[in-house]
Ligand binder design. Sequence first.
Ligand code: LRH
Ligand code: MN
Ligand code: MN
Length: 408
Amino acid sequence: MSMSDSAYSLFVQQQTDRGIDVEQVKARLKELKVETPSWGYGDSGTRFKVFKQVGVPRNPFEKLDDAAQVHRLTGICPSVALHIPWDKVDDYDQLQQHAASLNLTLGAINPNLFQDDDYIFGSLCNSNPAIRRRAVEHMLECIEIARTVNSSIISLWLADGTNYPGQDSIRGRKHRLLETLTEVYQALDPNMRLLIEYKFFEPAFYHTDLGDWGMAYNMALKLGDQAQVLVDTGHHAQGTNVEQIVAYLLDEQKLGGFHFNNRKYADDDLIVGSVNPYELFLIFYQILDAHADANKGIQQTAENIAYMIDQSHCIEPKIPAMIRSVLNVHTQYAKALLINLDEVKAAQEKQDVLGAENAVREAFEFDVTPLLHVVREEMGVPINPMRAYLESGYADSIKPRGKGGASW
Ligand code: LRH
Ligand code: MN
Ligand code: MN
């Protein structure tokens, strides 16, 4: 018996004694799917500087090549989100075929309503009807692309807002948004979902038209069942309890997806779980708690969550940074699966504050490395995907791409 075999046997014994079904945990870990963003493979930066790196993909096809490495090594990233027009191509069928040849699918289509000069005063909320029309047409084009590439998700983030009090009517903009989004919503196919992302500031600094989860929720509610809220973990004010937002939206059956990333100060877009892994763990706790809910609608909402990464790698090499994020998500999910929900419930019923807190935290403190090694072995991927990447020679193989690849 090797060291790792004995570590795993010990782990199984320990968890079985706590009432955890390890086989079920393993099955859940193998089922997890995390979508990676095409833009995470390109050059990105801050408003001060975009540092150009060697080997960065020069087009959407090469972004998929890099994403395929992440999926090949982790086994849980089979789809890639596109951002239009960053990923604009002449032939989306061809892009989809390229994805399929790499064992990938194309995922959420992200319209870009923030980089054209026309959008200086906003897009879907703009007081100028011609600009609103242009923004709606772009959304409709994205729905058409989704149709072509067999994607069922449109992820909408709106940069709209104002920089100064009085600049525009906040209520007027709200009405325009409902009107434009209604047209977009009506163009969705029945299998499609519109995920509405919110953010409290940036690029607008006085008010943002979809500034928080409540505003996104209200829009989604008015639009209908195919509209849900997308929680980008970096889009809240300091100290916001993101887990509570997750729980609340799940309970309302309006949580559609995540953009995972980590932050210290604002929308920093750092590697997932790099600054606050406990927050990620607690988010998964809320999701698993909803999974176990007696209400089928809540269960299904939890099952249909689209897990996506939304990161910008300014100073770190992109592919290993993405692998790090994916591994961190898998690790925190594994830990959350070790929470004995019955034990938490029993403590809650006795109003045993410390007992309940302990039942949650205890799971976070286990070392899940032996478990994840076995899961990866059974999935046929390297037990240490990061090491496998570093030893694969892929980083050298893409050096001929040179500097000056795709950037946002
Ligand atoms: C906005 C955002 C949104 C964009 C992405 C590039 O901050 O999170 O999801 O589409 O960044
Ligand atoms: Mn985002
Ligand atoms: Mn963001």
